[in-house]
Design a protein around this ligand. Structure first.
Ligand SMILES: Nc1nc2c(ncn2[C@@H]2O[C@H](COP(=O)(O)OP(=O)(O)OP(=O)(O)O)[C@@H](O)[C@H]2O)c(=O)[nH]1
Ligand SMILES: [Mg+2]
Length: 491
């Protein structure tokens, strides 16, 4: 029965994809996935990207814009009626009018941006409509971390969950759950309250990891943190069990119950998400908050690398991904971008990029990713700071200047949300290797001596022209991101 469902679904997707291709001949479209773990900067990135295209922002490295071939960019109705719309107008209002960062968004959303352009080649000009619709899909990276579960049995999942929980960075946070797990016998008769107790304790541990100042990346199952309407359903009431080895679950046992629920989670949560959203993407950007991980130390960085590896593995064609090989319009370009580079002086931007490159190269190798072109960038979707110098004795320090958010502190000073300040953010090391060195122990960066001094700034005040028109949002390297992600479709 299960395989029949899958077959019908696959056939339907194949049809959708084919008809999508056919209509695509008249109005070409490109599906761009934007993901990253929570707070990575997805909403700000999409808002800034759209705002800059609609308002003809300064994008010198985005060729179509620079050469004046884009005649117009506008928002149109999105193709999927069942997916919430990305609330672009609200986010712009927050950024531009209130100079506040947009609210956190906890689910999937979509926006269609249509670009009218003139092709660069005379030949193409004759045949192409000169119109490209970009469907931007914003979705939580946490949900992607679930996709590797499709290739894992319940026993694999359990073993890995305990391995990760015992790592020095997590062992204290997972202690209560591991202790509780040690008191149950997998082969004992299934009992709802035991299952619930374990699931709640496991979820509490996952939540603690997320809230922890060590900036740990999330572990699956993603819906344990963002359950939505599935809260309390059996598909979310399971947990890994210890020391299962190769033993088969005895019918009626706790082991069998947990295994069945784990499989239900895959069938009813993970697969539909993958099928309806991920399998249809053409391009993907993965945003990461590398600065936060850098400040938290090598443990957090290793953790981020693990998350990026798992995320990239989802885009690997074929093997392990039941659908991608057959029917998707396979993703051919992936950009891994470290956001919030405006917290650093520009001299450190390339260093940040090298660190991300190194992390990504290893992740690509481990994820065995092939077939997609992967690039790496350090960017700021919205640049909240400008640069300056400050003399301190004989030294001249390179500083960044911005308006810290109300309540932010540096030392004893507390900011009111209006005053500007200059801070010396510190430099990233010249050699990327240094930051990856693991000290083997539960190494924690000294809170008083972080790699980068980090203050949250308000979004910038936008310049207005003499006619009172607000100019577009300032950024760092957003144009490079655009060139890589969509430039070739506007050639
Ligand atoms: N200075 C600066 N801060 C940024 C930038 N992008 C994001 N931020 C900060 O990061 C926070 C999170 O950004 P969002 O775009 O909301 O992140 P998200 O990935 O959509 O987060 P969720 O919706 O909660 O998953 C913002 O509130 C800002 O404080 C940037 O380009 N520059
Ligand atoms: Mg968001």
């Amino acid at each position: 029965m299960a395989s029949l469902t899958t077959f019908t679904d696959e056939a339907r997707i194949a049809l959708d994809t084919l008809s999508g291709r056919a209509t695509g001949m008249f109005s070409p479209s490109l599906r761009l996935g934007v993901t990253g773990l929570s707070r990575a900067g997805k909403t700000v990135f999409i808002t800034a990207l759209v705002h800059n295209l609609i308002h003809g922002g300064r994008l010198p490295l985005f060729e179509a814009q620079k050469s004046g071939r884009i005649s117009r960019a506008l928002l149109e109705e999105q193709p999927d009626d069942a997916v919430p719309r990305f609330q672009y107008e609200d986010h712009v209002a927050a950024l531009v009018d209130k100079r506040a960062w947009p609210d956190s968004t906890r689910a999937i959303s979509e926006l269609r941006l249509t670009v009218e352009f003139e092709s660069a080649s005379g030949w193409n000009r004759m045949f192409s409509a000169g119109k490209l619709s970009i469907d931007i899909i914003d979705y939580p990276g946490e949900w992607l971390l679930d996709l590797p579960l499709l290739g894992k049995s319940y026993a694999d999942f359990s073993r890995e969950a305990f391995e990760l929980a015992r790592l020095p960075v997590r062992s204290d946070l997972s202690e209560a759950w591991r202790a509780l797990s040690a008191t149950v016998k997998p082969e004992a008769a299934a009992h709802e309250m035991t299952a619930r107790g374990l699931a709640e304790s496991f979820a509490a541990y996952l939540k603690a990891c997320k809230d922890d100042e060590r900036a740990l990346s999330t572990l699956p199952p993603g819906r344990f943190l963002m359950p939505g309407d599935l809260d309390g359903s059996p598909a979310l009431t399971f947990a890994p069990l210890p020391d299962l080895g190769e033993t088969r679950a005895k019918p009626g046992s706790l082991h069998a119950m947990m295994e069945r629920r784990y499989e239900a989670y895959k069938t009813y949560v993970v697969k539909p998400f993958f099928r309806e959203h991920i399998a249809r993407l053409d391009r993907q950007i993965v945003l990461i908050d590398a600065l936060q991980a850098l400040n938290a130390g090598p443990g957090a960085l290793a953790d981020l690398e693990r998350a990026v590896t798992e995320i990239l593995a989802c885009f690997r064609p074929g093997r392990g991904n039941i659908l991608t090989d057959l029917f998707s319009r396979r993703i051919d370009r992936i950009l891994v971008a470290a956001t919030k580079a405006d917290h650093l002086h520009h001299e450190s931007h390339d260093r940040l990029q090298s660190i991300v490159r190194r992390l990504t190269d290893r992740a690509v190798a481990r994820a065995n990713l092939s077939g997609a072109e992967v690039d790496v960038l350090a960017l700021a979707a919205v640049r909240a700071t400008r640069e300056g110098t400050v003399k301190q004795g004989r030294e001249t320090l390179q500083v960044i200047i911005g308006t810290p958010i109300e309540g932010e502190r540096i030392g004893k000073e507390r900011f009111d949300g209006n005053a500007e300040t200059a801070i010396f953010p510190g430099d990233l090391p010249e050699k990327a290797d240094v930051v990856f060195q693991d000290f083997g122990t539960n190494h924690r960066q000294d809170a008083n001596d972080p790699t980068i001094r980090f203050v949250r700034f308000r979004p910038p005040r936008l310049e207005r022209t003499a006619e009172g028109v607000t100019l577009s949002l300032p950024h760092i390297r957003l144009d490079r991101a655009l060139q890589f992600l969509i430039g070739d479709h506007l050639a």
